[in-house]
Structures are given as C-alpha cells and as structure tokens.
Design a protein around this ligand. Structure first.
Ligand SMILES: Nc1ncnc2c1ncn2[C@@H]1O[C@H](COP(=O)(O)OP(=O)(O)OP(=O)(O)O)[C@@H](O)[C@H]1O
Ligand SMILES: [Mg+2]
Length: 254
C-alpha cells in the first residue's frame, strides 16, 4: 500500500464572524498527491475552510498545518511562501482583460520580483503546455472560450511551482464538455506532476470521476469522509440525497 503523507492537517478549527459560528471544530487532513472533493450544503463553510489553507483567514481557534508547518500565526511574508506552494483558483478567477494570456500568467512571477525575462518566458511556455494550451501566449482573454480562460487562470495559479491547487467551484458556469476537460486537467496534474488537488464542487458527476476521497461538511463540522464509492454505498440518507440532488441547501434564506 502507498504510504500517505499529510499535506494539509486541520486540527479542531473554529471560525466565527460575530455571533455566526461557521466552523465548529473541523479536524481532517489532505494527503500529498491526493484529489479531495469538499462537499456540503450552500453556506456550510467550504469556502471559509479552504481560505484557511492559504492564510486568507486565520483560525479563531485550532490549527492549520501545511507540510508540517503551522501556518495559523504566520505573518504575510511567511504566508507568501505558503501561497506559492498552495495556489488558489477563486470562484470567479477573472483574468486581466487588458493583458495577453502570457502576461496574465507571468503576472504572479513579476509581482514577487522575478526580473529575468528569459526565465519568465520559459515558465510561461512550460505552464501553457501543462494546461494543454501550447503556443497561446499572445492571445487576448476575450478571444478565448470559457474553458480556455479557466485553463489560463489555472496556469496563472500554478506558474510559480505550486504543488497544491485549491479550486473553488471550477465547474460553475461551464457546459458539460468543458467541465469534463477541466476534470481531465485536474487528474493529469495529479498523475503527471504529483499535484495535490482540493476541489469544492456541486457537480456529482465530476466527484465520481476525479475524487480519491470526499470530505462532507455539515453545520460547520466534518459529517463524513470516504471514497465516492463508499459514499454511494453508505446508505446514509443525507449523503444519498446529496448524490441524487435532493439535498436541502444548508443555511439557505428564503
Ligand atoms: N468574511 C465573512 N464575513 C462574515 N460572514 C462570512 C464571511 N465569509 C463567509 N461568511 C459566512 O459563513 C458561512 C459559510 O460560508 P461559505 O462561503 O464557506 O459557504 P460555502 O459552503 O462555500 O457555500 P457555497 O456552496 O454557497 O459556496 C455563510 O453563512 C457566509 O455568509
Ligand atoms: Mg463557497
């Protein structure tokens, strides 16, 4: 059996906004090189949880450990290093429309002060190959399809040698074929580059295709963890309803 090394460990994590206790003692882990999907009702705390993995939120209580280092009390400079390792593709990861694809991808490298233009160009070309968009560096974002724009956003996220990617709803707004192509890319990154993938999605079809493991959040806690097959076989009404798309949205306001 393959030895599993935790890449991210979450220990008794609490988060609250005023009186709203959103995370109530989450304890879980994500292994190196694994593709994990976070599931749960709307407003259940999925986005809040992953923001702790890159220090965009710091714990109210508890710890987040990335590759053995407690990031809970890190300063912005230390977090900069974590954010190079753990890239985040936001729910609306927009590109800069006034920059070319290549300039978009180069942006984080220039931001952190890389000046060697030959090195920047080499990295842009290499990363475009990784996301299966070779030779597209001179295009403008407006001339690309929705799926291609997602790939460019992914390239920009990983260009600085990220080893883990957090995807917040990467399938949102994509047609099924384009969503499939994003799934392929996620699995290719895992297989060919050992990438650790953490995905928030509501697309059950994708979950069954890409997830090694599912972490199901409910009411600010881990309700269930296991493989997609175990989820299907669990017989748990909560999980079954979710798989069949009958789940009541959590915390929804009507
Ligand atoms: N910065 C913030 N300030 C106050 N409340 C917040 C903040 N961020 C999140 N929340 C609240 O925390 C709860 C959990 O939000 P979160 O975005 O993590 O949900 P989610 O599980 O990602 O839902 P969805 O599936 O709809 O994206 C929500 O009630 C949200 O309003
Ligand atoms: Mg969310």
């Amino acid at each position: 059996m393959k030895k599993e090394t935790p890449f991210i460990e979450v220990q008794d994590l609490h988060q609250r906004f005023g009186d709203h206790h959103v995370l109530k003692g989450v304890t879980t882990h994500i292994n190196k090189g694994e593709t994990v999907v976070l599931l749960g009702g709307s407003g259940g705390g999925k986005s809040v949880l992953v923001k702790h993995f890159v220090g965009l939120l710091s714990p109210y209580e508890g710890k987040v450990i990335v590759e053995g280092e407690d990031i809970s009390d890190m300063n912005e400079r230390q977090l900069g290093k974590v954010r190079r390792k753990v890239a985040m593709m936001f729910q609306n990861g927009a590109l800069f429309d006034f920059l070319t694809v290549g300039q978009n991808i180069a942006f984080p490298l220039r931001e952190r002060g890389l000046k060697d233009e030959a090195e920047i160009e080499r990295r842009v070309i290499e990363t475009l190959e990784i996301v299966r968009l070779p030779g597209q560096e001179d295009k403008m974002p407006a001339d690309l399809s929705g799926g291609m724009r997602k790939r460019v956003a992914l390239a920009r996220a990983i260009v600085d040698k990220a080893t883990c990617v957090l995807y917040d709803e990467p399938h949102a707004g994509l047609d099924p074929i384009t969503a499939d192509s994003i799934d392929h890319l996620i699995k290719d990154l895992q297989r060919d580059h050992g990438m650790t993938n953490i995905i928030i999605t509501h697309e059950m079809r994708s979950v069954f295709r890409i997830a090694d493991r599912v972490i199901f959040l409910k009411e600010g806690n881990v309700y269930w963890e296991g493989t997609p097959q175990e989820m299907k076989d669990s017989g748990d009404p909560e999980l079954t309803n979710f798989i069949e798309g009958r789940a009541e949205p959590e915390g929804a306001c009507y």
